[in-house]
Design a protein around this ligand. Sequence first.
Ligand SMILES: NC(=O)c1ccc[n+]([C@@H]2O[C@H](COP(=O)([O-])OP(=O)(O)OC[C@H]3O[C@@H](n4cnc5c(N)ncnc54)[C@H](O)[C@@H]3O)[C@@H](O)[C@H]2O)c1
Length: 326
Amino acid sequence: MSILLTGGAGYIGSTVASILKDEGEEVIILDNLTRSKKEYLPNGIKFYEGDIDDISLLEKIYNEEKIDAIMHFAAFIEVGESVIEPYRYYENNFSKAIKFFNYFIEKGIKKIIFSSTAAVYGEPQYIPIDENHIKNPTNPYGMSKLFVERFLESVERSSDVYHVALRYFNASGAYHNFGENHKPETHLIPIILEVALGLRDKIFINGDDYDTVDGTCIRDYIHVYDIAKAHLLAYRYLSNNKQSLKVNLGSGEGYSILDIIESCRKVTGAEIPVEIRERRDGDPSTLIASSNTAEAVLGWRREYLTVDAIIESAWKYHKEKFESSK
Ligand SMILES: NC(=O)c1ccc[n+]([C@@H]2O[C@H](COP(=O)([O-])OP(=O)(O)OC[C@H]3O[C@@H](n4cnc5c(N)ncnc54)[C@H](O)[C@@H]3O)[C@@H](O)[C@H]2O)c1
């Protein structure tokens, strides 16, 4: 039996697919390559190129494969873009996703693992954020993910289809040749590392007047390898339990943008010039996870315990990518 993994050419999906395969799971990938490239796909995994809402392609996949579970990563992921183009986010991340899920639910699939996000919470009422925290997304990206969670809850109420929604905080770092390579890239660590490599002049900080220790936004960084391990545990959980779960994946520690820049300076030895500009719409000031549920219920343990270790892995990946592109 196979796990159908959507978005498997992307940053997190490709890493998870590769690790699942190494752990002996059968995986197949569906991706339309709108935000990635074929060359990012892990070796030795069957790939279907196309959109999650292409019903004739889903029919083909269903007829050719024996699918036991779905891991749904495919989505647009840029907060700023979602504020400017909300329709595209609701369409891709919500409308298409529920059409996709519905197809496989009607075919009898019972296990769904969904890539959700810390962005479902919005501005925190307390820190660290646990899974019961009020959900009040401050941007269409977060809202589109919350809608999918609500859909899956409704499905569970009327059927025996169970899900684990994994709410990642800031996915970061690299695992072997799988690293952060978004198009466009808006995530902090890869952008800073591009400055260190001389591919950008400086790093722009979007606002230094937030209510935080140094005025810049605080986030919780979690290594993509640790995220991948949580998917395996979530799959095993759904194989043994008839109950859905919402699970935060974070470190429980917050780092400001200036902290991350400082750590990148330490790891790379580069100067990394900075320019402050206006706040960006839709950014909460502080997001720090409580990952007690992941630890207590899934038995999850992080292996990457410091941001320096996360940044070192990302730096190795970006340096090698840069060298091989010369
Ligand atoms: N990167 C993070 O820090 C982070 C944090 C929280 C949650 N997430 C979630 O994790 C998932 C993966 O994120 P990522 O960083 O790997 O993003 P990514 O952009 O690298 O990968 C997404 C992949 O999905 C594919 N895709 C998008 N729409 C599709 C569609 N309609 N049909 C088929 N394929 C489609 C893209 O081509 C891409 O390969 C997303 O659902 C995202 O919301 C990411």
